[in-house]
Ligand binder design. Sequence first.
Ligand code: FES
Length: 232
Amino acid sequence: MSKVLITIDGKGFLADSEKTVLEVARENHIYIPTLCNLEGIKPQGSCRICTCMIDGRMMTACTTPVNNGMVVVTKTDELDKLRSKIVELLFAEGNHFCPACERSGNCELQALAYLYKIMVPEFDYIFPNRDVDATHPKLILDHNRCILCKRCIRRKKEAENPTWFVFENRGNHVKINFDHELTADMDDEMAQKAMDTCPVGAIIRKEKGYDVPIGRRKYDLHPIGSDIEGKE
Ligand code: FES
């Protein structure tokens, strides 16, 4: 693997040429927010929250490979505004009632809303009429909270074929669903893994919850990104 020299936020870094901007930033403890990206699976660049200024243009850090001489800026007022509007749109588009969600405090979307100090979205709430599917023996699918990042579908497909989750319908009606046959013998560990793949509270394990009280969970204690930033 050859090396390239890139600049991130004014500092020079030697990076593997096959890595993305996001990977190199993380290796060097520079936080770039993400939602649809999950370490270990191919990035799809759909949520756009990782957008950075790359060689003077707005581009997604998770899908852009590094190049020799590349100049990356990860944080400006304009980028923060763009990211916070993406979070606001997601809150307006779904039904996210954080105080009643088992993922509260462990939810990436909620943590980003805190990071960008979002109180009320600038956009009108849509309040879509979506269902909660509790027909599976191990998992609950709450379509109200799904942000359609496809992490659940992509993870199983790439890492552990065959996939358990699928997209069904089209346009505004797209939603994730189980493959009921393949998931029939899902054990507790697999159910937990499926829940952990989701960045929000759309996939929830049945018969297990609130082990850690709200207020003492991951992002309750440390703002999102603080585990990446500041390490040597
Ligand atoms: Fe890069 Fe979603 S994390 S586009």
